[in-house]
Design a protein around this ligand. Structure first.
Ligand SMILES: NC(=O)c1ccc[n+]([C@@H]2O[C@H](COP(=O)([O-])OP(=O)(O)OC[C@H]3O[C@@H](n4cnc5c(N)ncnc54)[C@H](OP(=O)(O)O)[C@@H]3O)[C@@H](O)[C@H]2O)c1
Length: 282
């Protein structure tokens, strides 16, 4: 059987979805080719689990072309960081050449050409590029990861965000549910919709803070952007999030996309992980 290529397989700080997909597939006895950026302890762990590890830069065709050789299915993820469109174009070209027939790609809930953040608009462009490559792209349009709020809190005792009222509504999801759907779609035999919206729980920011056992404190967007770099450590992530929080504050009490989606249960076989479940597992 051909290996399934999993990018982001080492698992980074934003959600580690690639790592969870790789582990889920390996535990199910499926062959995994794990694409990592560099050698470290995470690489050795993947090898111990039975993965074939390949190393490279997703923005570089000389890395990706050999990685897709002999592969039919792949999981594509790239963090909210510079270079996402470069990596997507490279992946689309390589996957087209190698005749892949299913590529599960992580996107964002509000991906659209007129979306409220520059990175969401880039995700929409990325979706178009993957679709045009005709490689069976399935876009996982995910809500805000619970992990994102954890980074925002850091080691403080407040959730300080530019979200205005504590009643501002957030569509949320556990990164493990994104990975669970990704692994499920990669294992599915039949046709799958090309866009899957993924939200596991809808909470107000006040409720979310309460689950974390901290106080929600509304802050000014410009002030937040100035300090967020020390927590998120990436200017593209901070730019995206500053726009995202401002957008949610403007939407306020809800939007038609803010609903728990069936696709999580459909592809994982269990109900979505709630924030309470997520925190009790941590
Ligand atoms: N965070 C949220 O709230 C949220 C919400 C909705 C959707 N999303 C989407 O979720 C996706 C990110 O989630 P994730 O769990 O995959 O993030 P992650 O945990 O940060 O993992 C990213 C992985 O990509 C690897 N990587 C980064 N740059 C690379 C490069 N140039 N070449 C090869 N590998 C590279 C990283 O390796 P190293 O660790 O070695 O650097 C890491 O293993 C994005 O598409 C984002 O838009 C996120």
């Amino acid at each position: 059987m051909e290996p399934i290529l999993v990018t982001g397989a080492a698992g980074g700080s934003q959600g580690g979805t690639g790592r969870t997909v790789a582990e889920t597939l390996l535990r199910a006895g499926l062959p995994v080719r794990a694409f990592v950026r560099s050698d470290d302890a995470r690489t050795a762990e993947l090898e111990d689990l039975g993965a074939e590890v390949v190393r490279g830069d997703l923005r570089e065709i000389t890395s990706v072309r050999p990685a897709v050789r002999g592969v039919r299915r792949a999981y594509f993820t790239y963090p909210v960081s510079a270079g996402m469109l470069d990596a997507t174009a490279v992946f689309a070209a390589a996957a087209r050449e190698a005749d892949l027939h299913r590529v599960v790609a992580v996107s964002q809930l509000g991906s659209a050409p007129d979306a409220g953040t520059p990175h969401m608009r880039r995700h929409w462009v990325a979706e178009q590029v993957l679709d045009r490559a005709e490689i069976g792209a399935v876009h996982l349009r995910a809500a805000v990861f619970f992990e994102n709020l954890r980074v925002a809190i850091g080691d403080s005792d407040v959730l300080a965000l530019p979200l205005g009222s504590p009643d501002t509504v957030l569509p949320l999801i556990a990164a493990d549910d994104v990975a669970g759907v990704g692994a499920g779609v990669l294992r599915a035999d039949g046709p799958v919709d090309s866009v899957l919206w993924l939200a596991g729980e809808i909470l107000t920011v006040g409720e979310a803070a309460e689950h974390f056992g901290v106080r929600y404190v509304p802050v000014d967007a410009e002030d937040w952007a100035e300090t967020a770099i020390t927590r998120y450590r990436d200017p593209v992530a901070v730019e995206h999030l500053t726009h995202l929080w401002t957008m949610f504050a403007a939407i306020g009490s809800g939007h038609e996309l803010f609903r728990v989606t069936e696709s999580i249960e459909q592809f994982t076989g269990r109900p979505p992980i709630t924030l309470r479940d997520h925190l009790s597992r941590a």
